[in-house]
Design a protein around this ligand. Structure first.
Ligand code: PEP
Length: 256
């Protein structure tokens, strides 16, 4: 049986504090006893406090941030450290989202430093990897996603207790309405899982959730979540609507 699915919502640069309160007025997951999905929501920094106050009082709904800087404190105007994010109530952080890599020029080495900072501060990193359409068409899928994973593995293998999540997000599927097929997702997740097995061992590889992200919607979530090696989904646009996000969560595992 698959481990319990992780259903994550990336609000990106959307949702002010008032809108977050409205979201949670309409978002009431009712979990069945026993197995249940983990729900993670990543609001913008400025909305984190409002979201924490408004979210359901349930440890199965956790909040994270979309990015961190690797230094702990100091003269880094405009940046937020993992330590600050943790103190503000985040439990997770996205790292290396394709928009960070492609819009803001984040490099593999930056991603690795951020993963180290997150772990040190007690945040669970959700490390995003994925190929562009050009790289995929050029037959470079495996090379690209394993290069991105390899960049963070030394940090993760140094800390045997480090818990982390991987997200395979093909760049061509993010915000485009194009979705990878369940087979495409399984294939890429299989490559990532095998690398984790080689470098971190079978137990940690099996314990690490690998999420699929890229135009996940209520009508395609169930088949993606059923696909072998897919342990959850990272949802952008459809996570802004409480009904859609709940429907996706229900596709992962029946809520009551
Ligand atoms: C994302 O932002 O990580 C994402 C997958 O976005 P969307 O679901 O809108 O494609």
């Amino acid at each position: 049986m698959k481990p319990r699915p992780v259903i994550a919502g990336n609000w990106k640069m959307n949702m002010d504090p008032l809108e977050a309160r409205e979201f949670f007025r309409a978002f009431h997951p009712e979990f069945s006893p026993g197995r249940h999905p983990t729900l993670l929501i990543f609001p913008p920094f400025v909305t984190l406090a409002a979201a924490l106050n408004a979210r359901p009082e349930d440890p199965r709904v956790e909040l994270g941030v979309q990015n961190i800087f690797w230094e702990e404190s100091g003269a880094f105007t405009g940046e937020v450290s993992a330590v600050l994010a943790r103190a503000a109530g985040a439990t997770h952080t996205l790292i290396g989202h394709s928009e960070r890599r492609h819009v803001f020029g984040e490099q593999d080495e930056d991603v690795a430093r951020k993963v180290g900072a997150a772990l040190k501060a007690g945040l669970v990193p959700v490390v995003c990897v994925g190929e562009t359409l050009e790289e995929r068409r050029g037959g470079r899928l495996q090379e690209v996603i394993l290069r991105q994973l390899d960049a963070v593995l030394p940090v993760l293998s140094n800390d045997a207790d480090a818990t982390f999540i991987l997200a395979y997000e093909p760049v061509w599927a993010i915000g485009t309405g194009e979705t990878a097929t369940p087979d495409d997702a399984s294939q890429a997740h299989g490559m990532l899982r095998r690398r984790l097995q080689e470098r971190l061992g079978d137990v940690r590889a099996a314990d690490t959730p690998i999420l699929y992200g890229g135009s996940v919607k209520p009508d395609n979530a169930a088949e993606l979540l059923r696909a072998p090696e897919v342990d959850g989904v990272l949802v952008g646009g459809a996570s802004l609507d409480p009904a859609s996000f709940l429907a996706i969560a229900r596709a992962g595992m029946p809520l009551t």
